[in-house]
Design a protein around this ligand. Sequence first.
Ligand code: GDG
Length: 505
Amino acid sequence: MAGSQDQAIDDVLDSLADRDVIVVSNRQPYRHTFDEAGDITVDRPAGGLTAGLDPVIQQTNGTWIAWGDGDADRQVTDDTDAVGVPPEDPSYTLRRVWLDESDVADYYYGYSNRVLWPLCHGLEANVAYEDRYFERYREVNRTFASRVVDTLGEDPFVWFQDYHFALAPQFVREQAGDDVLLSQFWHIPWPEREVFRDCPQQEALLRGLLANDLLGFHIPRYCGNFLDCVALLVPDADIDWEAWTVRLNGTETTVRAFPMGVDTETIAEHAAAPENGFWDDFRTEHGIPTDVQVAVGIDRLDYTKGIPERLAALERLWETEPNWREALTYVQKATPSRTEIPEYRELGRDVDRDIARINERFGTDDWQPIVEIDTYLSEEALYGLCRYSDIAIVSPVADGMNLVALEYISAQLDETGVLVLSEHAGAHDLLGDVAVSIDPSDTATFASRLDLALSMPADERRDRMAALRSTVTTTDLQSWMADIFRTTLTLDQPEDVSASDVKSP
Ligand code: GDG
């Protein structure tokens, strides 16, 4: 952690010392499973929010409530479904919520990932709505809320993560009253009201979220969209458009943008770790000649990430600028995701087909245009790949933030790479002035920007990357958390204090 960020989180932890901190997320920070020998092993958080939050919660002695999805999870919990973690030296409590098969099918794959996910990304054609999805989503939110309520201690501070829990804050508020401080971070975009108004449960979702004291999004545009939806769909809500607050049923919700960061220091350590020869070995393993530039894309295999659009732009580049044939290899790290959902399986087939076609069309005996890696990479291998790739292509059609863009920059220790970034990623708000900006649906311009990125002189690459690195270092994961905690705690002060202390939108 950089010094000032270190201090920021330490100061916030001091303020949290007397509070009962409860984090609620769908995914758990530790998962117990049986290995082949029948022994219990533990999966630990790797990367992203869970890994970053874990050491912070360890210092609060709090509780983390999450779905126990490991096959050995029940073996290690007590009769309150709790287990101390980290296992070797427990410092906080993980309380597991058990979901049965139809909960997983209808709450998780159904309402969360076949309704809210596509809706919030503005991809209504992918919404597959069934009544039972929402019924189960509501019931699971009730279950999580009850688990929160029976965990509450003195001066509770509850932090909900993401779109899996739009209703839970209201259920907690109804049962626990005004003394509990509720905060939520919504990790995906909030859509424009013309999109959101088509959701059959629009009002229930908004009312659920408006039970929070603080509701955070990555960027101001999502906050504005949310407030527009409230104005249109919750007639009894009182909105202060200057302060970005909403008063409803006695609760005042402050809506704010907190652009999420990544743990830049840890990523830099991983990027520095690979042995000499790592990159030569990588090239040899994948048949990439040493004089060929490497472009990389790292994504969960999700239809929001713009992978087919990226492949189309690369194909256009090799077609119209033949000098890039045998001079550029694109490495697609695609992590399979949500394969129970038909649209995801279809995307996987489309991507495989496109890659095979492009390789067939342009490949030669000595050069394969696209290399696909679908195995999970260690953080060392992933950030080593980021460090040495000449350009990274991040091209979502919609994306709350996109951590890969920030991770690529954090791993660029030599400042020789170029980031090509979609204007539809939340990260574009922070980085779009310095990165090479693209619209993934404009294939011709996208291809010409790839040409520009690949041809960029070394000193311009360095200048741009240094500026990007300065941004991601000052807005890292620790400062993001500190900012959210500090803002939430300020809202718990008497009104005259909170009004002056909470940053304006
Ligand atoms: C949601 C929002 C928002 C991927 N493959 C490997 C691997 N990864 C890691 C990446 C990155 C993470 O997965 C993906 O994060 P993203 O931010 O790109 O995307 P979502 O999963 O859609 O996340 C998004 C985020 O929440 C946080 O608010 O930014 O907009 O959609 O960290 O590195 N990690 C390793 N091996 C892999 O093979 N180690």
